[in-house]
Design a binder for this molecule. Structure first.
Ligand code: PLP
Length: 394
């Protein structure tokens, strides 16, 4: 059977493909160190699962909920974001959906028309561009000047046309771990207000910042910038809940109405049991968040100098958030005699059994993404294997 042009025109997720290959090798008994994974390596904190069990036992999860999610959860999310950003959202501004991924997809469907353009700074999360295409709009990628992994308004302005409707801004960033400063965000926010560009702020890694870095959201800035912003967030990274699939958007009344209409036909509601788990996550003890954050911090502090010692690996700025490092490996690829980063990554997996993701998946060919959502032992062993691989290939 022939599939649609719409779907034929998008690429399957490169990160999922790679971790799929690593998993398949593992299943064959090969000792693969998988640094390609984009999810926390902790189990969901116990109290969250227990709240879900309680919700099941009390019969709360047996029926459809409102398409936008249960009221207590939407209220708890609004309260949490208000506490974080000094905003005054209510439950009516919140729509909960099947992960931030589905949230971004639904926003694309609710906001974009055929021919609209959406600015996406490099390096980007693999999914943004494909979702924009699925909405019939056109992704326009914006490359920062060499040596920077964050964009500035002049670069956005050079890409803007009368068709530009929105941009997607992700800080802390997947894949680079870069965190935009208040000044950088203020400049981008002011530019967006001036040109009436909607900013979809993907703050999913906002709680994962290290070594004193302060996370600033567009919601922390002026009322005008807030008005221009739609927040996307979720439970996956903060609470190690990727499998539960809980994400949300916070937006104005009109966008909420659009999302609601779209969801009423596309999804109904997200799983009720996950909504009760999320309610426990947001309203419960937050110690677990700090514990996980501190563990990532320790890992990047150990990993950063080790990565820079690998011949040809260049990581000028220490990643300040999320759980990825994104070294420039162009020198390493040359030193090891490969024609491309893809070939280098492929050989690294086949020979050293270390899985990382080639930068092309994020719009930057010269880099690889290394996830440190894995144990310190695995990270140290992986660096040793990459060192040995480089020694073998010189
Ligand atoms: N946004 C970014 C930048 C991500 O890295 C991810 C997951 O990898 C998501 C959104 C989606 O998260 P989820 O759908 O699990 O909420």
């Amino acid at each position: 059977m022939e599939i649609s042009e719409r779907v034929s025109n998008i690429q399957p997720s490169a990160t999922l493909a790679l971790s799929g290959k690593a998993k398949a090798m593992k299943a064959q008994g090969i000792d693969v160190l998988n640094l390609s994974i984009g999810q926390p390596d902790f189990n969901t904190p116990k109290h969250i699962g227990q709240a879900a069990i309680k919700a099941i036992e009390s019969g709360k999860v047996d029926f459809y909920t409102a398409a936008v999610g249960i009221e207590p959860l939407r209220k708890a999310i609004a309260d949490k974001e208000n506490a974080d950003h000094g905003t005054d959202f209510t439950a009516d501004n919140v729509v909960v959906m099947n992960g931030a991924k589905m949230t971004l997809y639904a926003l694309g469907q609710a906001l974009f028309d055929e021919g609209d353009e959406v600015l996406i700074p490099l390096p980007y999360w693999v999914t943004y561009g494909e979702q924009v295409k699925l909405a019939g709009a056109k992704p326009v990628f914006v490359k920062p000047a060499a040596g920077r992994l964050t964009v500035v308004p002049e670069e956005l302005e050079a890409a803007r046309t009368p068709k530009t409707k929105a941009m997607i801004l992700n800080t802390p960033n997947n894949p680079s771990g870069a965190v935009y400063t208040r000044e950088q965000l203020q400049a981008i926010g002011d530019w967006a207000v001036e040109h009436d560009v909607i900013v979809i702020a993907d703050d999913i890694y906002g709680k994962l910042v290290y070594n004193g870095t302060k996370f600033v959201s567009l919601l922390d800035l002026s009322p005008a910038i807030r008005k221009q912003t739609i927040l996307v967030n979720g439970m996956s990274k903060t609470y190690s809940m990727t499998g539960w699939r809980v994400g949300y958007a916070i937006a104005d009344e009109q966008v909420v109405k659009g999302l609601k209409t779209f969801l009423s036909h596309a999804a109904g509601n997200m799983a009720a049991v996950s909504q009760y788990a999320a309610l426990a996550a947001v309203t419960g003890d937050q110690t677990c968040v700090e514990e996980m954050r501190a563990t990532y911090e320790e890992r990047i502090n150990t990993l950063y100098p080790l990565l820079n010692e690998i011949p040809g690996f260049k990581l000028d700025v220490k990643p300040a958030g999320a759980f990825y490092a994104f070294p420039d490996v162009s020198e390493a690829v040359k030193l090891a005699g490969f024609a491309s980063t893809d070939e280098f990554v492929s050989a690294l997996l086949d020979e050293a059994h270390v899985a990382v993701v080639p930068g092309a998946a994020f719009g930057m060919d010269d880099h690889v993404r290394i996830s440190y959502a894995t144990s310190m032992d695995v990270l140290k062993e992986a660096v040793q294997r990459i060192q040995a691989f480089m020694a073998d290939h010189q």
